[in-house]
Structure formats: structure tokens, C-alpha cells
Design a binder for this molecule. Sequence first.
Ligand SMILES: [Fe+2]
Length: 345
Amino acid sequence: MSHPLGRLEDLPQDYRDDLKNLNLVPLWPSLRAVLPPKVPTRATQAVHWPYATLKPLLLKAGELTPIEKAERRVLVLANPGHGLENMKASPAIYLGMQLLLPGEWAPSHRHTPNAVRMVVEGEGAWTTVDGEKCPMSRGDLILTPTGLWHEHGHDGSDPVVWLDVLDLPLVYYMEASYHINGERQTVKPGSGDRAWTRAGVVPTQVFNRSDRRYPMLRYPWMDTRAALLAMADNQPDLDCVQVTYVNPETGEDAENILGFYALMLRPGQTLTLPARSPAQVFHLIEGGVDVSTCGKRFGLVEADTCCAPGYEAVTLSNRAADQPAFVFIADESPLHRKLGVYETR
Ligand SMILES: [Fe+2]
């Protein structure tokens, strides 16, 4: 049983003035706001960003703003619950839909926030990360972790769009967000993702294993999709056909702060994910999926994105009775686990 606490206005004005002049604040009028009972106060709202409505505005940005004036031509998927100007989907997640036109080059830079790219549409673009040239095809996940040089180019003939997922809001809040511009990278031979083509075996050089923190930078969708289909086929009774993007050498999360996953819904399947502490983002790679959370229902079609606050259950329903659906998920789990606040209810 908690008692009503004293309010600021219960205190004499001269006392309040004395506190203010000395940079002091009484805790008790704000105590319930910062430590509410049982469930945290969350600004994050469940929001749906349909790709069909966003895409024309992104293409328009391609006409209005040359790449030299943008460096990164992005429309940010901002959660109104956090204030659009703060460019957050959730407390730790930034989402941006980025457009690169044929022949354009987004110059090399590196920064403290970690990023990934989930390729939404188009062929012929590439991202060079730490000297490794990663082709970008629909559904591919490409890491640009903290501190690694990265640049984007496009040798194809049609616009390419991808979804950027960064931990920028958290790193900015930590007053640790900055970038450094660099020269065009020299591309190293070979592509790193082909070195980890099968689970259970890893590349070895005279009995030595890779000790790179980010050995694998590109996760081809073709391989992830095949893994999900194989799992579903192998375990017909398995409810949740889901994989986590990991460092293939250590099994740890692919990046430090945000977690990345791919989920397959069987034809006609409805799956309820329990309420967990981290906020999460759902991006539909293939199929048609209804997402229900916080009393809202979003009908996702391919390339749509939505988010859900933490501490809320989410129900996903595959609308197709004859086709699987594939969902990319990003969440704040690694951060919550490191902070010791991760929970499932
Ligand atoms: Fe970047």
C-alpha cells in the first residue's frame, strides 16, 4: 500500500526558491513518476510506418536533395511518443529509410553508434565496411558496428532503399555520439560472409580462429531464409521458428546494444510473443502479417515497419493460408541484459 506523497506546491515558496537557487530538488514530489508501481512509464507508442506511403516521399527527397547535400538521404521513422524531433523509434532504437540513386556515393565515415542495414528494395548497391565490399540484396543484413569505416555506392539502374537501425538515441543520450569523415576505402579481396557458410564449422588458419569482434559483416537473406525453412521443416511442432543474428565465432549477439532476429510464421500461423522489457521493431520481409499490440492492430504488407514499446505482448498472424511469412525484428535485448533489467512476463 503506497501513501500519497507530498507535492511541490505543498512546500512554502521561499523554501522552494532556496532549493532552486542552490540547484537542489526535493525527490518526493517526483518519486512516483520516476519509480512508478510495477510497470515503467513508457513514451514509446505502437506505430506503423507503411512503406507505400513513405516511398513516394523518399523518392521525392531524391529529387529535392542531391546526395552531396544530404550525405545520407534518409527519412527517419520517428515515434510521436518521443517527439518527432528526437528521431527515436524507442528509447534506444533509431530507424531510418535510406535512398541511394544509381551512380550515387555516400562517403566513407565512421561513428560511435552501431548500425545495421536491412535491404528493402533494389539491386546493385553495396556497402563497404572495414574494407569489405558487401553487396546489398533484398533482406540482407549488413553490420556497420561502432568505429568501423563504411560507405555506400550504387552501380545498378534503379533506386535502392534500405532500413537503417541504429542505437543512436542511446549513444546520443550517453553524450558519446560523434563521427569522423574519411577517404574512399580500399577494398580487400574476398567476401567475409562466404567464410561462415555453415553453422558448426568456422574458418581456421593453422589451428587459429578469428579473434575479430565483428568477423561477419553481411548476413545474406538467402542463407537466413534457408535456415528458417530448414528449422520449420525439421521441427513441424515448433511454435516459434526464429533465429538470432550472432557473431559466428562466439555466438554472442551480432552487435553490442541492439539485437537482430528473423522469424518465420508458418502458413496461417498466429504467434504471441510474451511481454518483455525491451522495445522492439518489426519489419516485414516477405508475406502479409497482422501485428497486434497495445490495443492496436497493424496490417503489415511487404517492406512495412512497426514498433512496440517494452512490457507489452505482441501477437503476429500470418494472413496467408498457403505461404510462410518472414519478419525481421530488432530489439533492445542485449542492452537490457547488460544492464540487468531484462525480463519476460
Ligand atoms: Fe554511418
